[in-house]
Write a protein that binds this ligand. Structure first.
Ligand code: 5AD
Ligand code: SF4
Length: 441
C-alpha cells in the first residue's frame, strides 16, 4: 500500500540514533510518505529517544507532552516512539499510563519492523507496543534517507559488552554483534556510486569489531581504503583499552583514514577509572596518546569526560584537569555524571552533590575551551583539505565543511563546490570552529 501522508522525525542522542532515524526515513519513503519539515503539520510523528543521561529523558517527555493537543485536534495524527529509552520497562510503563496518546512503541532491535507496525496501526486503528529484549540476526539491506549527500554513516557493529558502571548502553543496545565485512564493503561501494565521498564507521566500540572471525577492525580499514572513489574514512567510537598497534599502523598506511580520533577518557584518575570499569589507567591512556601522536604527527584528538562520578575527590578531578592539559585535546564533550537506573553506579553511596559537580564542570569546560581556542589559532595560515558540505545555516554565501581533523570550517564559496574536496586557507581560529578562504581550485 502506498500511503500518501507526511512524517516528521525528532531525534535525540548519538550518531547511532541519527543513523537509525535515516533508516526509518528511508523505510517511510519506500511506503510513499513524504517528509514534513514542521512537526505540527505531519500526519505521523516519530520520536527517536536517547537514555544516556537524564537530561535526554526529560526532553523526551517534554516533547511528548507537546503532542497531546495535536492528537486532540486530529485523531488520525499518529505518534510513534522508539530508541534507547524504549528498551527500559519503567519507561514503557510511564508512557502507557501518562501519555496514552502514543500509538506505537518499538525498540532499538526491531526498527526493521516499523513499516509493518505502522501499517497495522493505520489500518486497524489499534495501539502497538513491540520491543525486543535483545538483537536477533542483523537485518541487512534496509533503505536509508541520508542527511548528507556526500558523507554517510555506516554501522559496522551494534551493542556493547563493556558495562562501564555508569552507562545504560549495554542494557539498551544489547550485546556486541558485528556485520560481515562483505556487507559493509558492498554498502560502502553502493554509497560511493551514489556520490558519497566520506564514510563514518559507527559502533559503540568499533575496535571490538570481529567481522567474520578473520577480519578485525584494522583489517576492515585496510579493505575500505582500497574502495575506489571513496576519499575519507572516519570511525566512532573506539575504546582505549583495545586500541591496537595494528590500528595505529593503519593510520600510517591508509591514506583515506583521516588523521583524527575520538578517544573517550572519561576521567584522568586511575582510581575513578577502576570504579567506572574502564579497564585502563591514566598512565596507559597517556602512553596510548603518545604512541598515536608519534605515529601520526598532527593527529587531532577529541574525547568524552564525565565530571562528578560517585566518589570523585578534588584530587581525582585535579588529575582529570592535568590529563586534559597534557593531551591538549582539540575538543572534548564534557558531561555531568547522571544516575542511570539499573547501572551499578546507581547503587554507589558516595554520589557527589550537585553544586560540587557543577563547579567542577565549569572549571573543566573553561580549560577545555581555552585549549581548543589555542589549538585552533595555531591553524591560521595553514592550508586544509575540506569536504564542502553546503551553505551554512546563517548565510547562503558562507559554506561549511570539515577538515581532515574534523574541525568545522566556514568560508565564502558557491554551490558548485558542494561535495568537493577543496584546499582552504585558515584565516581565523575560534574556540569551536575555523574561518577560511578557498586556497586554490
Ligand atoms: N552520566 C554522564 N555521562 C554519561 N555518558 C554515558 N553515560 C553517562 C552518565 N550516566 C557519557 C560518556 C560517554 C558519552 C557518550 O556519554 O562520556 O562516552
Ligand atoms: Fe557505555 Fe562503556 Fe559501552 Fe561506551 S564502552 S557504550 S561508555 S558501556
Amino acid at each position: 500500500m502506498n500511503w500518501d501522508r507526511t512524517y516528521h522525525i525528532t531525534t535525540f542522542g548519538c550518531q547511532m540514533n541519527e543513523h537509525d532515524s535515516e533508516t526509518i526515513a528511508g523505510m517511510l519513503s519506500e511506503m510513499g510518505f513524504t517528509e514534513s519539515l514542521e512537526r505540527d503539520r505531519a500526519d505521523v510523528v516519530i520520536i527517536n529517544t536517547c537514555s544516556v543521561r537524564e537530561n535526554a529523558d526529560k526532553r523526551f517527555f517534554g516533547t511528548l507532552g507537546q503532542l497531546k493537543h495535536l492528537k486532540k485536534e486530529n485523531p488520525d495524527f499518529t505518534v510513534c516512539v522508539c530508541g534507547c529509552m524504549m528498551q527500559q520497562q519503567h519507561i514503557i510503563d510511564s508512557i502507557k499510563t501518562k501519555y496514552p496518546w502514543v500509538d506505537i512503541i518499538f525498540g532499538t532491535h526491531n526498527i526493521h519492523q516499523f513499516p509493518q507496525l505502522l501499517s497495522s496501526v493505520l489500518t486497524e486503528k489499534e495501539k502497538i507496543v513491540n520491543v525486543w529484549e535483545d538483537g536477533g540476526e542483523i537485518v541487512e539491506g534496509l533503505p536509508a534517507k541520508r542527511l548528507y549527500k556526500h558523507k554517510s554513516f555506516v554501522n559496522i557493529m551494534y551493542g556493547c559488552n563493556n558495562f562501564c558502571t555508569y552507562c545504560i548502553v549495554p542494557y539498551t543496545r544489547g550485546r556486541e554483534r558485528s556485520r560481515k565485512p562483505e556487507d559493509i564493503l558492498d554498502e560502502v561501494k553502493r554509497l560511493v556510486a551514489d556520490g558519497v565521498r566520506e564514510v563514518t564507521l559507527l559502533g559503540q566500540n568499533v575496535n571490538s569489531y570481529q567481522g567474520d572471525g578473520q577480519t578485525d577492525f584494522a583489517d576492515l580499514i585496510y579493505r575500505l581504503n582500497e574502495v575506489e572513489g571513496l576519499e575519507r574514512i572516519r570511525f566512532m567510537t573506539s575504546h582505549p583499552k583495545d586500541l591496537s598497534d595494528k590500528l595505529i599502523q593503519a593510520y600510517v598506511d591508509c591514506g583515506k583514514l583521516c588523521d583524527y580520533i575520538h578517544l573517550p577518557v572519561q576521567s584522568g584518575s586511575s582510581r575513578v577509572l577502576k570504579r567506572m570499569n574502564r579497564r585502563y589507567t591514566r598512565e596507559s591512556y597517556l602512553q596510548l596518546i603518545q604512541k598515536l601522536k608519534k605515529a601520526v604527527p598532527g593527529i587531532t584528538i577529541s574525547t568524552d569526560i564525565i565530571v562528578g562520578f560517585p566518589g570523585e575527590t578534588e584530587e581525582d578531578f585535579q588529575e582529570t584537569l592535568d590529563l586534559v592539559r597534557q593531551v591538549e585535546y582539540d575538543s572534548a564533550f564534557t558531561f555531568l555524571y547522571s544516575i542511570r537506573k539499573g547501572t551499578p553506579a546507581e547503587k554507589y553511596e558516595d554520589q557527589i552533590p550537585e553544586n560540587v559537580k557543577h563547579q567542577r564542570f565549569n572549571r573543566l569546560v573553561e580549560l577545555v575551551n581555552s585549549i581548543s581556542a589555542k589549538k585552533n589559532a595555531a591553524y591560521v595560515g595553514k592550508i586544509e583539505k575540506v569536504l564542502v558540505e553546503g551553505p551554512s545555516k546563517t548565510s547562503s554565501q558562507t559554506y561549511t565543511g570539515r577538515t581532515e581533523g574534523f574541525k568545522l570550517i566556514n568560508f565564502p564559496a558557491g554551490p558548485e563546490l558542494t561535495g568537493k574536496l577543496v584546499d582552504v586557507e585558515v584565516t581565523e581560529g575560534k574556540t569551536f570552529s575555523l574561518e577560511g578562504r578557498i586556497a586554490k581550485l
